[in-house]
Each structure stands twice: as C-alpha cells, then as structure tokens.
Write a protein that binds this ligand. Structure first.
Ligand SMILES: CC(C)(COP(=O)(O)OP(=O)(O)OC[C@H]1O[C@@H](n2cnc3c(N)ncnc32)[C@H](O)[C@@H]1OP(=O)(O)O)[C@@H](O)C(=O)NCCC(=O)NCCS
Length: 187
C-alpha cells in the first residue's frame, strides 16, 4: 500500500507501511507528544535504541500494522509526519480485534493527516482479518475525539480518573468501530 494524499494546505504527502529506517522519526513523534504531557498516559520519553528497534521487530513478528505519513522533501527523521498503529490484543480469543494508536507531529495537525492515516489503517486491518478496531483517549482530547467520531467510532464507556499525571486526574474514553460498517459507508 502506497498512496499520495493532498492535505488541506495543498501539500502532497505519501502514506505507506513503516520500514526500519523510519524508526527514529516515529519515536521522535512519540517523544514530542510525551513532552506535551496532555495526550498520552506516558510519563517518560523513549530514548533507548534497543527499545525502539524491539518495537519495530515486534510489529513484524506479530504481523501488526503501522501506517506512516511522509513529507516528500523534508529530511529524515523529521519527514515522518505521523503514524497510526493497529496492535494485536494480548488475548488468543481476540485476534479479530485491533487496538489503534495515532500521533501526528504538532506542526502538521489539522491538515487531514490523522484522518488519512486512520482510513488506510482500517482498510489494511481488514486485509489481516481484523473485524473491529478499539481505542482509548483522554476525555478532554477534543480534537482526537472529534476525529474518531467523524470516522464512526462509538463510545463504549468512560473510566473516570483512570490516569494521574502531574497532579491531574484524567478520565479515559473507550471507543470501537466495526470495520465492515466503515468500509460499507466509505467504499
Ligand atoms: C489527534 C491527532 C492524531 C489527529 O490528527 P490530525 O492530523 O490533527 O487530524 P485531522 O487533521 O485529520 O483531523 C482533526 C480534526 O479535528 C478538528 N479539530 C481540531 N481541534 C478541535 C477541537 N478542539 N475540537 C473539535 N475538533 C477539533 C479539525 O478541524 C479536524 O476536523 P476537520 O478535518 O473535519 O476539519 C493529532 O492531532 C495528534 O497527534 N494529537 C496529539 C496526540 C494525540 O492526541 N493522539 C491521540 C491520542 S488518543
């Protein structure tokens, strides 16, 4: 899967599956969001090369999905504008379910990258026999929730005060989407 997508600002970007040389850009994006301290329940950035590479090798071993957005002219690792991962659950009896995580570089948000990453990740999940995508988000992450609802995710529950960071409690929203519903509505 390789697709060129036009953003709201007129720029064209490439969307494709992750390869090993993308690892640094992906972890730069992850660490940027950890530093923002308001979107992810993670307290410390990931700096270890071993941990970064293990993540990539695990994706390959478990046949998980990571779709990335690439800027055509920016230099590596900053050319990796965002990533959407569909991970397997830990349960043998839930191989039909994928868990979605997504990050877009701060300077490239609200341009349509998140929508395109999720759209492609859902379609690739279908090819791997997934039937349902689940995710979770902080209840106050308005942009993420807007995007998930726009795509068709439905709220299945709220865990009150599920996270505690820098002396603040955060409620967690749980959501799910049936892949066939999405593809039927967006053929
Ligand atoms: C959430 C995130 C992945 C979305 O990616 P993105 O590229 O910004 O998403 P898009 O541009 O496709 O869509 C964002 C939508 O939210 C809308 N939006 C922006 N701020 C908003 C707000 N405060 N309230 C409601 N909607 C908002 C935008 O207008 C856009 O909708 P539109 O395309 O219909 O106009 C990205 O913003 C991000 O990485 N945020 C920080 C990390 C994060 O929150 N990850 C998810 C954790 S659950």
């Amino acid at each position: 899967m390789k697709e060129v997508v036009k953003l709201r600002n007129g720029e064209k970007i490439l969307i494709r599956h992750v390869i090993e040389s993308d690892i640094d850009g992906i972890w730069n994006n992850f660490n940027e969001v950890v530093d923002e301290k308001i979107y992810l329940p993670v307290l410390f950035p990931v700096r270890s090369k071993f941990e970064k590479q293990s993540w990539f090798h695990n994706i390959q071993k478990e046949r998980e999905i990571c779709i990335i957005a690439i800027h055509p002219t920016m230099v590596s690792p900053y050319n990796i504008l965002g990533q959407c991962e569909i991970s397997n659950l830990e349960w043998d009896a839930a191989t039909h379910v994928g868990s979605l995580g997504i990050i877009v570089q701060r300077n490239f948000r609200d341009l349509g990258i998140g929508f395109n990453l999720i759209d492609k990740a859902i379609r690739e999940s279908k090819r791997l026999n997934k039937e349902k995508i689940i995710l979770s988000s902080f209840l106050d992450n308005e942009r993420a929730l807007f995007l998930y609802k726009k795509i068709g995710f439905k709220t299945t529950g709220i865990r009150k005060k599920q996270f505690y960071m820098d002396s603040v409690y955060y409620d967690e929203v749980l959501m799910e989407l049936w892949i066939d519903d999405y593809i039927n509505k967006n053929p």
